[in-house]
Design a protein. Structure first.
Length: 573
């Protein structure tokens, strides 16, 4: 068999070519590989599959189907697994400190496995929030030909004749605490809200980053919104295996695909779909891996000029299954491109440009999920960046579905999420106040926790629109209401959020993009002088190490210098 691949130029030559690699080849023979298989390119198939949550349980079977596609394309597949921390289970307790840290561990573990075994290409399967950006960060860092595959979303559950998902359960906890939901109803709801495998169905972080995968060009067209239980996911896995070999033959790499224009396209799709605010953390981190300056303010600038056109939960009505049936991510991108909001030139893993892929899409006038840019849900994006005296390094808020864009009120300050949640449960939060949860940032948490338990409880109590919440931590993509995250500098760095006291006035204007602490500078300077750093209980282990290395949220909360400091790229070893 004649192979189109010159292995003498691929990384796997270091473990498989020449007499001096006989010991290495002996390991491959021990696993039943043939001489022909050893002579082919080695393709990593990284799976975030595990038994932790429904997001991940279908990933390994999909990854195994991908093996066949790699073999059909002339490669030798090598599967391995990486970790996940599933936010829905980590939420509302100390376990959430592990969530964002896991993004770095996922990227690092994939990098180390690929480097250590000298793999030539990569197909990555991910299902839960941080595993998506972590997988794509590794692809951009290694820069070997790569394809990202999302495991798919869960189908909606059914309760009392209506579709439900995990967001409804979190909010029901708040209604229960308020005396508006009987315990038996809560128990009945929790048993049906998540009816099978797949990631959370709304436009929360997993589906937001799945949309990013297609918009930025790392995923096959219209592959990521296909629900996890659909058998067509098998065809997608097989196609990804075949196509990564075509990329390897052409030497088309992630950094050829993920240009600055591609990142701007991805940010457009996040805003147009009312996606998770976490995208403003993950897009800068991904850009950092390929040496592109693209921080929270760059993301926010794109958001500011993008129409909100997809009626998706939590701000809207529909879930990923509905978006898939309406035409998927490419249907969103078709109307954005027609309206002049997308750059058609960036390449994609098809080997063609984004514009060429979109040309194959026909607008579906009968669907109800995706609006035309000529008739958007709102003229500006579903996510807004903020800046002001309370957040000189910026902050972010999801405004999709919100009716109130301005809020001024007295602060109610908490130094951790648990204290805030306890106050919400005890119903001691007054309408009109601005809840401040601090020392939950990347360094101060450590780990920058999400606050869904608290925000959902507020919504469940009917207070989602009558209070605002500000934090140097994060919010789940399922969060709704006037909730502002990523406030920087964080409290652990003595940012202004560390100086707020109860009853200080805070003014937020999401229309103007401002967030201000209405306290005189002389008073703040006195507080700054008296401020002392806080200690936490994480003085050893992974969370301690993360706190020592993590940078600010404005730049993606990254932990290493990135591609700008590279002296070589792995793909060229």
């Amino acid at each position: 068999m004649t192979s189109p691949f010159d292995k003498s130029r691929l990384p796997s030559r270091h473990v498989s070519v020449g007499p001096e690699r006989a010991p290495h080849r002996s390991y491959y023979y021990a696993m039943g590989m043939t001489e022909e298989q050893i002579a082919r390119p080695f393709v990593a198939i990284a799976s975030a599959g595990n038994d932790s949550a429904p997001c991940n349980i279908a990933l390994d079977p999909q990854a195994d189907i991908c093996r066949r596609g790699v073999e059909e394309g002339g490669g030798t597949p090598r599967r391995f697994n990486t970790i996940t921390v599933t936010d829905g289970i980590a939420m509302g307790h100390q376990g959430m400190k592990s969530s964002l840290v896991s993004r770095e561990v996922i990227a690092d573990s994939i990098e180390l496995s690929v480097r250590g075994h000298c793999y030539d290409a990569l197909v990555g399967f991910a299902g839960c929030d941080k595993s998506l950006p972590g997988m794509m960060m590794a692809m951009l860092r290694l820069n070997v030909p790569s394809i990202f595959v999302y495991g798919g979303s869960i189908l909606p559950g059914s309760f009392n004749g209506r579709d439900v998902n995990v967001k409804d359960v979190f909010e029901a906890v708040g209604r229960y605490a308020a005396g508006n939901c009987p315990l038996q109803e809560l128990i009945a709801l929790e048993k049906v809200a998540c009816p099978g495998h797949g990631a959370c169905g709304g436009q929360f972080t997993a589906n937001t980053m799945a949309c990013v995968g297609e918009a930025i060009g790392l995923s096959l067209p219209n592959s990521n919104m296909v629900p996890a239980p659909y058998t067509s996911r098998e065809e997608i896995a097989l196609a990804a295996g075949r196509q990564v070999m075509a990329l390897l033959e052409r030497d088309l790499r992630p950094r050829d695909i993920c240009t600055r224009a591609a990142f701007e396209n991805a940010a457009r799709v996040v805003a147009a779909t009312g996606g998770s605010t976490n995208a403003a953390l993950h897009l800068p981190a991904m850009a950092h891996e390929c040496g592109i300056a693209f921080d929270l303010f760059d993301v926010a600038e794109v958001f500011k000029s993008t129409p909100y056109i997809a009626d998706l939960q939590p701000g809207g009505q529909y879930v990923a299954k509905d978006m898939h049936e309406a035409g998927g991510v490419y249907m969103v991108m078709k109307t954005l491109l027609d309206g002049g909001f997308l750059d058609p030139e960036p390449l994609t893993v098809t080997g063609r440009t984004l514009g060429e892929n979109i040309e194959e899409v026909t607008w579906n006038p009968d669907q109800k999920v995706i609006y035309s840019v000529a008739n958007p849900l709102s003229p500006t994006g579903g996510v807004v960046g903020l800046r002001g005296s309370l957040a000189p390094e910026g902050a972010i808020v999801k405004v999709a579905g919100m009716h109130r864009l301005r809020f001024t009120g007295p602060a109610r300050v908490f130094d951790c999420e648990e204290d805030a949640f306890a106050a919400v449960e005890a119903r001691t939060i007054a309408e009109g106040c601005v809840i401040v949860i601090r020392y939950e940032g990347p360094k101060g948490g450590p780990g920058m926790r999400e606050m869904l338990s608290t925000t959902a409880a507020l919504y469940g109590q009917g207070m989602g629109e009558s209070v605002a919440l500000i934090t140097d931590g994060r919010f789940s993509g399922a969060t709704r209401g006037f909730c502002i995250g990523h406030v920087g500098p964080e409290a652990a760095d003595c940012g202004p959020i560390a100086l707020v006291e109860d009853r200080d006035a805070i003014a937020i204007d999401a229309a103007a993009g401002t967030i201000d602490l209405l306290v005189e500078e002389a008073v703040l300077e006195q507080r700054r002088t008296a401020w002392r750093p806080r200690s936490n209980d994480y003085q050893a282990g992974a969370l301690w190490r993360y706190a020592q290395n993590v940078g600010p949220a404005v730049s993606g909360a990254v932990t290493h210098p990135g591609a700008a400091a590279e002296t070589h790229v792995y793909a060229d070893i």
